[in-house]
Design a protein around this ligand. Structure first.
Ligand SMILES: C[S@@+](CC[C@H](N)C(=O)[O-])C[C@H]1O[C@@H](n2cnc3c(N)ncnc32)[C@H](O)[C@@H]1O
Length: 204
């Protein structure tokens, strides 16, 4: 994908069928494209989460894609990680990495196979964002955590500018569902001059 098509195709709201097609078409070159652009958010999220979660934590990598987020978690000592994604093509590459305890394809808008309270942390790296899962996905993920559970996610710059994802975050904070324990802006895809906020929430 060129920079122009990335910006036009990726960071915009669109129907889930189009999201599935984009990731089906992109899966084989996704790692090369984002790593060449210096993809920094997986490491930043894993580092932030490791400040709050110990090595025994069972983590769900929600929207794990090809597994770059799972690899970053492993590198921070968070080794008990399951992954789920809606894209079979992205998952094929994640399977080949053999880093996940369990890995499965989810139905969009559902927490397929996820029992409430099983995970001590849910990570969504670049997933609850413009062009991927919609803002209401935040409440969906939080509903699967017990009190004290952690949710680590990122909003890239276009997502922050859009405002609807921060509105969903404010709604869960105002409703007393979760509190923000960490939020920091930093590099996302520095090669594309894009940053992101890394956010860690604690379920109340
Ligand atoms: C930008 S990629 C990030 C992948 C991986 N987390 C990473 O950091 O490389 C976004 C991923 O979110 C997945 N996705 C989009 N909508 C989703 C949804 N509603 N539920 C779960 N995953 C979703 C896509 O299939 C894609 O793999």
């Amino acid at each position: 994908m060129t920079d122009k098509t990335l910006k036009q195709a990726l960071w915009v709201p669109r129907p889930v069928e189009e999201t599935l097609q984009i990731y089906a078409d992109w899966a084989n070159t996704y790692d090369k494209d984002v790593l060449e652009a210096g993809y920094a958010t997986p490491h930043r999220i894993a580092q932030a989460l490791a400040q709050f979660a110990g090595p025994d934590a069972l983590v769900l990598d929600f929207g794990c894609g090809t597994g770059l987020s799972g690899m970053a978690l492993q590198n921070q000592g968070l080794v008990h990680v399951d992954g789920m994604d809606i894209s079979a093509e992205m998952l094929d590459i994640a399977y080949s990495r053999q880093i996940y305890r369990d890995l499965w394809q989810a139905t969009p808008g559902e927490m397929t196979n996820v029992e409430k309270g099983i995970y001590s942390a849910i990570v969504a790296t670049g997933v609850i964002s413009l062009g991927a899962a919609p803002p209401e996905t935040l409440s969906l993920c939080l509903s699967c955590l017990d009190p004290g559970g952690l949710m680590a996610l990122s909003f890239n710059d276009p997502t922050i500018e859009d405002g609807s994802y921060d509105a969903a975050l404010t709604a869960v904070i105002d409703a007393g569902i979760a509190k923000v324990v960490f939020r920091e802006h930093g590099p996302h895809l520095p090669g594309k001059d894009m940053g992101s906020d890394v956010i860690v929430l604690e379920k109340l």
